[in-house]
Structures are given as C-alpha cells and as structure tokens.
Design a protein around this ligand. Structure first.
Ligand code: ADP
Ligand code: MG
Length: 329
C-alpha cells in the first residue's frame, strides 16, 4: 500500500498547510488544534458571521488554479463582511478534497493566506475530509450594532453608489465558455477580476456611519440591489450612462456593456446607499480606502428599478440575477 503510506493523513494536511503558529492576541485566544477556537469580541462590538461555499463544477471549473481558488474562497466571504461594514477577525475552513495532492494544497494555502494576511483575518479552525472538491469558509468580523450596513435601512431619496467597476468577471466567464473571443490582454484583465476579486473591506468599514445600507454584488447588480430594495420597501432609478464598466468590458459593444454591468455577477463590489448630504463624506471614505466609487442613481418610494438613458427615458430591462435553483441561464 505504498501509495497510501505516502499520502498525507488528515492531521498532517492540517498541520502542514493550515495550522500556522500565532501568538494569542486580543481577538484569537485559541486557534487551530483544539475542539473549538476561542475568540474575544472587542467591548461594545457585535459578531458578524457569514458562510460561502465554492463547489467544483458549479462555482469554478475542474482543474482551476489552486492559488486562485484559495484567494477566491476567502475573498467572496470577506466581501460579505465588507458589505456589513464589519472588521475581519477570524475564519474557519471546511474542505472536502478528492486526494491529498500536495502541490494543490500548497498553492491553495498560498492564495488563501496571502489574502488573509492583507485583510488581517486569522484561520482558527475547520474540517478536512475526503470528497468531491468543495471549499466552505465561515468568516467572523466585528461591528457595532448601530453601524452595521444592513439591507433594510435604505431611505427614499438616498443616492445609489457602486464601488470599483462592473462586468469584467462575467465577460471573462463568457470568454472561458467560448461564447465571446477576447484579445489576450483584455482576457487577462477580465480573468483577474473573475478569479481574484478584491473584497472591499476597507471601504465597507470606512462607510460606517455614512452609508444607510449596503450589499455586495455577487449575483449581478440588479438582483443584489433588489435585496436592498425589497428589505427597505423602496425602488430605484439607475442612470445607465453612469455605470462603471470594467476595463475589458469598456471595449465591448454598448448593449453587452449594459447587460454585463447590470446582470453580470461575480463582481464583489459594494452597492450602497447614502443620503445626498453625505456625498463628500462618501468620497472621502472611498479615498481613505483607496477604492473608487461611482454614483449611479437614487432610491425612491415607487417600487421597482428603472434604467434611464442619457435623456432620462426608461430602457426596457429585466433582471436575470443568478439563482442556483432557478432556471439555467
Ligand atoms: P474534530 O474532531 O473536533 O472535528 P478535527 O480532528 O476535525 O477536530 O480537527 C482538528 C483541529 O484542526 C480542529 O481544531 C479543527 O478546527 C482544525 N482543522 C481541521 N481542518 C482544518 C482546516 N481545513 N483548516 C484549519 N483548521 C482545521
Ligand atoms: Mg472535524
């Protein structure tokens, strides 16, 4: 049974790739290795918790680069903390692996910890099992209850904002699926957005006390904005010409730009609302977080979303937000 003897055990995998020695600090009192991690919340703070799973064949292609997967598995979770305005504290990792492939594990751990170190979040536990490749992360962060950027607290008359740019991830996906052909240089720009999204944690934290509501754009702007509108019982006008296309998408025909910005998915930008009096504060928060923001419309008490052209006329447009149990796109 030479091949099995050469394989790492579950505990060797954890020890070699996921148990990094850390001195206890104000947040993590006990990390990987015991039955539970022990975490402390700063006084007066509330725990923000979120889970996101990446499944092979569903969220990424078989054979996907492990370093990108490590980055993306954590990035999509950090994006939820960002959208709540929470400060990243700790995360757990539940991993199902078809085999103990050391080069895969090394790449995955590298992508994962590189982002973890940038955002100051610590891996404090998890579960490791054999099975079809499946990556499930739970993130924990802290925010005061009154400053959390909820979905149900937008106000009529708020400006509508979005961070960064939209649509390049969808463009890369369609190119990988063979539906669109892109020149190499644009393809690498777009693929970077699809495989290595940047969670907007600094922006989310900087918007505390300024924004009324926020959501991260994972399933497409219209669908995700729809969650704020449904929870806050409001509608929105979006100015099509204000939407910020990704660098690669900006080279595409106008109708494709609009479709991918509104219904793209996998952008991991923040969509947030703030009162018009806070415009300067929003721009300062964005500058302090080194993240661009664009004002794309406003909220109103009439339900529904209207997409307006440059002349202010409504464009016919429907939301095709992604739903895992909805019909296939
Ligand atoms: P239990 O038997 O309590 O489920 P395990 O034997 O599964 O514990 O795990 C041993 C320790 O390693 C625990 O502290 C657990 O949180 C941690 N752990 C397991 N898998 C991972 C992983 N993929 N990343 C980080 N920590 C992990
Ligand atoms: Mg276990």
């Amino acid at each position: 049974m030479g091949t099995i003897a050469a394989m790492l055990s579950e505990f060797e995998i954890i020890a070699r790739y996921f148990d990094r020695a850390h001195a206890p600090d104000g947040v993590v009192k006990l990390g990987v290795g015991d039955d539970c991690a022990l975490l402390a919340l700063p006084p007066g703070q509330t725990l923000a918790v979120s889970t996101d799973m990446l499944v092979e064949g569903r969220h990424f292609f078989a054979g996907a680069d492990p370093e990108n997967l490590g980055h993306k598995a954590l990035a999509v979770n950090l994006s939820d903390l960002a959208a709540m305005g929470a400060k990243p504290m700790a995360f757990t990792l539940a991993l199902a692996l078809p085999s103990a492939d050391e080069s895969w594990l090394a790449g995955f751990a590298q992508g994962l910890f590189k982002l973890a170190d940038v955002e100051g979040i610590r891996l404090v536990g998890g579960d490791t099992t054999r099975g079809p490749l499946n990556l499930c992360i739970t993130v924990m962060g802290s925010v005061t209850e009154d400053q959390a950027l909820r979905r149900d607290t937008a106000k009529s008359g708020d400006d509508l904002w979005v961070s960064g740019t939209l649509g390049d991830a969808r463009l890369a996906l369609e190119a990988l699926q063979g539906k669109i052909t892109l020149p190499d240089q644009l393809m690498s720009l777009a693929e970077e957005r699809l495989h290595r999204p940047t969670p907007r944690c600094a922006l989310g934290m900087a918007l505390r006390g300024i924004a009324h509501a926020a959501v991260d754009v994972s399933d497409g702007l219209l669908g995700d904005l729809g969650h704020i509108l449904a929870r806050s019982q409001l509608g929105a006008d979006i100015h099509a010409t204000s939407l910020p296309p990704g660098l690669a998408l900006a080279q595409q025909p106008a109708d494709r730009q609009l479709e991918f910005m509104l219904n793209g998915g996998d952008d991991y930008e923040l969509c947030f609302t703030a009162p018009p009096e806070q415009r300067d504060a929003v721009l300062s928060a964005a500058a302090s977080a080194n993240t661009s923001v664009t004002r794309i419309g406003s909220l109103k008490s009439d339900k529904g979303i209207q997409i307006l052209d440059a002349a202010g006329n409504a464009l016919p447009f429907t939301s095709h937000s992604f739903d895992h149990f909805g019909k296939e796109l």
